[in-house]
Design a protein. Structure first.
Length: 184
């Protein structure tokens, strides 16, 4: 029992202490992270700092900069896109210089920080769309890692006082679960 309590507290502190990567830190203490705020009142948020992320929809290297079209996802407190959420809309991010299209390919997860600088008319398929534009000052590309958790139901736990033992008799049912986690 004490082992489970210790493990729970350890996980709580490790997750609670997650911090923003240096590449996603902003000058503003509270950058805009809610895409709905940008869409609902674009005039009031112009030239303000934002931290947005999601899935790369397309990338185009221009003469002096790279244009990335993103499907926006809500972010965790440490800037990671939430995989279990639906896209909220699209935005365009401009990065000075060349980005390697093989690394920043369609479908990868990316978070950017920068300033909101107007809108850009375009299309998503044949649909006319107005994209909020972010001039990027920092970014973080993410990976998706899969973790497998296996539970064995025929295990025996015994605790007497502060001494606990665990015995597995090697038979019975086993359940597995695959989870996806976003990492650097």
């Amino acid at each position: 029992m004490f082992r489970k309590l210790f493990l729970g507290l350890f996980i709580f502190f490790v997750v609670g202490c997650a911090s923003i990567p240096d590449s996603l830190k902003t000058q503003t203490e509270t950058p805009i992270t809610d895409f709905a705020t940008i869409v609902d009142d674009p005039a009031s948020v112009q030239h303000k700092e934002v931290r947005l992320g999601g899935i790369i929809a397309s990338i185009t290297n221009e003469k002096h900069r790279t244009r990335i079209e993103m499907a926006s996802l809500p972010l965790t407190s440490d800037g990671r896109p939430k995989l279990d959420e639906k896209p909220q809309g699209r935005f365009v991010a401009y990065v000075d210089g060349l980005l390697e299209p093989l690394e920043y390919t369609q479908g990868r997860l990316l978070t950017v920080v920068g300033t909101l600088d107007g809108n850009e008319k375009g299309k998503v398929g044949e649909f006319e769309y107005t994209f909020p534009v972010v001039t990027v000052s920092g970014s973080q590309i993410w990976q998706i890692k899969q973790e497998i958790r296996i539970d064995n139901f025929d295990a025996y736990h015994s605790c007497i006082g502060t001494r606990c033992s665990f015995m597995n008799y090697g038979f019975g049912s086993t359940r597995g679960e695959v989870k996806q986690r976003v990492t650097k």
